[in-house]
Design a protein around this ligand. Sequence first.
Ligand code: FE2
Length: 315
Amino acid sequence: MSKIIDASDQAIRDFGKSTSVFNHDFASSGLFTDEKLAELIERYPREYYMINTMTAQGDKPEWRSGEINNVSGDKVLQALTEGRIWLALRRFDVVCPEYDDLVHQAFSEMEGLQPGLKTFKHNSSMLISSPGARVLYHADIPYVCLFHVRGRKKLWLYDADNKEHLPDQTLEGVILRETEEEVAYKEAWDKDASEIVLEPGTALSWQLNAPHRVDNLDGLNVSITTDYFTPFAQKKYGVYYTNGIMRRKLGMSPKSTDANGLGAMAKCAAALAIKKSKIVKVKERTMVSTFTLDPENIGQIIDLPESQRTEIVQM
Ligand SMILES: [Fe+2]
């Protein structure tokens, strides 16, 4: 059965390039019920999930990482429903191929619909988040397609080519993984953003590296988010990676961010060589647990004292 159920000609044409909104039918797989999600949460190894909490919508942005703390799958779902928590179950390829199959089918249908479209390095996660949760302003390294399944959320999308919203140096930092992909944000930029409300069954993909932020509107929110690359995304990655190294390690101020032409090809080759040789050490961010779910008061969290905070290792 088809996973993409309704996509306009424009949505098909824009997929893998700019904003593309269409409808999907992941829910009919039966894999998104409370029971299935609780089972999935229970079988997730520590190195493949992230659990976060954040300040309320409208408050000063703050994002913190934590631990599930042996709370059972159904209780984690209850905490997600009642608290202000965001859970990402990463790496479907390793942990849950049955969910990855849905994504692969949708992508192969989209490639069938748009001749010439070539996507690769798909990497999917399940996002389960509280009715009042939000995701702070950030930019992702690859293209992203969000397959929204339950609840409602609102997404603000900003132009990736606006150097005020996303300075080159900031995007380089994201690509070099110096930051947790969160970048400086000003409320005044919202007037330039596109606002999109995601209802269950909506899929959305957008311009490469376009900054965005999300406020959940109501209900327990469940989506699959899929990172993917195209040949253009790979070239832009190489250019920004090498520009970032030139700026940080060689004291240069690279001006060209063009992903085409000979200069770009040289930068892509350099990025590959630098990554392979491991000669240049880039200072990557570390993530630390600052809270755990409270097993006694579901929906609440326990702040960890400094002495009990541990580094989070993700594979
Ligand atoms: Fe994102």
